[in-house]
Ligand binder design. Structure first.
Ligand SMILES: *[C@@H]1O[C@H](CO)[C@@H](O)[C@H](O)[C@H]1NC(C)=O
Ligand SMILES: *[C@@H]1O[C@H](CO)[C@@H](O)[C@H](O)[C@H]1NC(C)=O
Ligand SMILES: *[C@@H]1O[C@H](CO)[C@@H](O)[C@H](O)[C@H]1NC(C)=O
Ligand SMILES: *[C@@H]1O[C@H](CO)[C@@H](O)[C@H](O)[C@H]1NC(C)=O
Ligand SMILES: *[C@@H]1O[C@H](CO)[C@@H](O)[C@H](O)[C@H]1NC(C)=O
Ligand SMILES: *[C@@H]1O[C@H](CO)[C@@H](O)[C@H](O)[C@H]1NC(C)=O
Ligand SMILES: *[C@@H]1O[C@H](CO)[C@@H](O)[C@H](O)[C@H]1NC(C)=O
Ligand SMILES: *[C@@H]1O[C@H](CO)[C@@H](O)[C@H](O)[C@H]1NC(C)=O
Ligand SMILES: *[C@@H]1O[C@H](CO)[C@@H](O)[C@H](O)[C@H]1NC(C)=O
Length: 505
């Protein structure tokens, strides 16, 4: 996500050559550095370095940008997505006018180059390679750095405390590496930081309670899939007021969800899923009411935590901008408050794997934009309201493992045209509704393991969009309709474990 955001910055940096020139250095050092870099490359399948020959001035080589005035010095080296293999030569550390080094999406291996002398380096993008070893302290000597992306490599060790000295750094992405150790306190001196991505590492321990004061300019903080524990600091909500995206999911955070998060008026994405956060009394649930002030919130995921008891009515006060609300895998019980029906922009709602009871009527039909509705593994009862057929955007409906009773609403058939049904997503049918045959757009129909009796409707041949048809493990009998032979797009047909007879069309 942060990669996109930084592109304008990259263009800015790599598009303007506001570099003062110096006669002291000789551009022959740059030539030698580039040739050494080329020598480190063992495979260049696209011929990216084809014109890197001394027949041309290096300022005309592919991927090389120079200063606009004499002596022509290398100002940018940009060779992303070229499938280059080999090591990145530390000779690049001699390109003392370098502002922008952009070698992302290649196959470079070995250690990070030593760039400690590059006082003008602003942009360092080496993401999506296979670089290994540690992040050298020397990097912190590059005091002009505004953006570092070393994500998706094989870097190990801890985050050097000295990185905290990079006072101009606005963007730091170290995600998808193998970094471990507590994040050093000194690191948090990066007060200009706006984007910090550390997800998918093995970083641990608690966050400093005053993280929001230390990093007041944060817009995105993504720490998911690490080993962080302890409380979610109040200071994030009290001080990092510009936060847009906050992802702390898949960690070991405990305690309450701080109501201070409600002060983040620009928050669009909040994921705290898969932690050990608790809510059982009114005070614990205060955050829910507070989040009403996050007027731009689109995604709220609290699934797989330790939320207990009834879902408060204040759920309906969440901002109407909300598109995804995920509460699955907690211990919520009782009726779902009718107020949830006020969240009219919801596209995805997950209430699965709780202990909700009662009927879903009265709120579900108000969520007219729902595309995915996960209600499985609860204790919902009563009929499936026929009003559910008004949810015309629904593509996935999972009702399995509940106590629904009564007939399948005839109107539900109208939904199937848009629905991708999975095994066990529907309560037990007795017969295959022939109405399904009137849904020419249906692509995937999985009614396996449902105790279905009777015949396969002849009109299934009308479902011309059908790609997958699973009717296995039922009690169907009779012939396989000839009409199935006319389904031109059908790729998978499973009729096994039935009592069908006759020949295959
Ligand atoms: C080298 O290749 C790049 C990319 O194809 C091209 O833009 C540049 O003009 C070439 N330089 C010379 C001297 O041909
Ligand atoms: C950097 O340049 C100096 C000459 O100025 C040279 O001695 C040294 O080997 C170069 N360093 C690397 C890593 O290429
Ligand atoms: C840090 O920068 C200074 C000034 O350019 C230089 O003298 C020193 O060698 C650099 N340190 C490293 C580790 O590159
Ligand atoms: C989470 O914390 C619990 C107890 O505090 C501990 O047993 C568990 O190993 C931790 N999990 C991770 C992924 O750190
Ligand atoms: C929220 O975003 C708007 C628009 O980008 C910006 O002008 C405003 O300063 C932000 N608010 C905070 C508290 O950062
Ligand atoms: C679910 O809630 C009912 C009361 O509505 C209770 O009897 C039952 O024990 C609960 N089940 C679980 C697994 O918590
Ligand atoms: C469902 O609710 C009933 C009555 O409230 C309760 O007896 C039963 O244990 C619940 N089932 C589960 C799986 O929790
Ligand atoms: C379904 O939608 C139609 C048209 O929007 C409306 O007239 C009808 O009352 C709705 N049915 C239910 C049960 O909400
Ligand atoms: C529906 O829920 C059941 C039970 O959790 C699960 O096994 C199944 O994969 C789900 N189907 C879909 C399509 O999500």
């Amino acid at each position: 996500m942060p990669i996109l955001i930084l592109l304008p910055l990259l263009l800015l940096c790599c598009g303007v050559g506001n570099v003062h020139c110096s006669k002291v250095h000789d551009s022959s050092i740059d030539l030698q550095s580039l040739l050494d870099f080329k020598q480190g490359i063992t495979n260049d399948p696209n011929g990216a370095l084809k014109n890197w020959t001394t027949r041309f001035h290096f300022c005309h080589w592919n991927g090389v940008q120079c200063t606009l005035e004499q002596p022509w010095r290398v100002w940018g080296l940009q060779l992303p997505s070229q499938s280059l293999s080999g090591q990145i030569s530390s000779s690049l550390g001699n390109l003392t006018f370098l502002n922008c080094l952009y070698l992302s999406y290649n196959n470079f291996v070995g250690p990070l180059p030593l760039l400690g002398r590059l006082q003008q380096l602003q942009i360092l993008y080496l993401d999506y390679n296979s670089l290994s070893g540690i992040i050298p302290d020397a990097l912190t000597n590059c005091s002009s750095l505004t953006a570092i992306d070393l994500s998706s490599n094989l870097l190990v060790g801890s985050i050097p405390p000295k990185l905290g000295l990079l006072s101009n750094l606005g963007y730091l992405n170290l995600e998808s590496n193998q970094l471990n150790g507590e994040i050093p306190q000194a690191f948090f001196r990066l007060s200009s930081l706006q984007y910090l991505s550390l997800e998918l590492n093995m970083l641990g321990k608690a966050l400093p309670p005053n993280i929001g004061e230390l990093l007041p300019n944060l817009k995105e903080l993504t720490l998911e899939h690490n080993k962080f524990g302890g409380f979610i600091p109040d200071s994030l909500g009290n001080n990092a007021l510009g936060l847009n995206i906050l992802d702390l999911s898949y960690n070991n955070f405990t305690g309450r969800i701080p109501p201070s998060l409600g002060k983040l008026s620009n928050l669009t994405f909040l994921s705290l899923q898969v932690n050990q956060l608790v809510a059982s009394n009114n005070q614990d649930w205060e955050f829910l009411n507070a989040l009403r002030n996050c007027r731009s919130l689109e995604v709220l995921s609290l699934s797989n935590n330790e939320l207990q008891g009834s879902l408060p009515k204040s759920i309906g006060n969440l901002p109407t901008s909300l598109q995804q609300l995920l509460l699955g895998g907690n211990s919520l019980s009782g009726q779902v408050p009718q107020s949830i029906g006020k969240l009219s922009a919801l596209i995805k709602l997950g209430l699965d794997k709780n202990n909700f009871s009662g009927t879903i009527a009265g709120w579900v039909e108000n969520l007219k934009r729902l595309g995915k509705l996960y209600l499985q593994s609860n204790n919902f009862t009563g009929p499936i309201p026929s009003s559910i057929s008004n949810l015309t955007q629904l593509t996935l409906l999972n009702l399995t493992k509940n106590g629904f009773e009564g007939p399948i609403p005839a109107a539900l058939g109208a939904l199937f045209s848009l629905m991708k049904m999975g095994q066990g997503d529907l309560p037990v049918f007795l017969k295959i509704p022939a109405a399904l045959g009137n849904l020419p757009l249906l692509q995937q129909l999985d009614l396996s393991y449902n105790n279905l009796e009777g015949y396969i409707p002849q009109n299934f041949g009308n479902i011309q969009g059908l790609i997958l048809l699973n009717l296995n493990h039922n009690n169907l009998h009779g012939d396989i309709p000839d009409s199935l032979g006319t389904l031109q797009h059908l790729q998978k047909l499973d009729l096994s474990y039935n009592n069908l007879q006759g020949y295959i069309p």
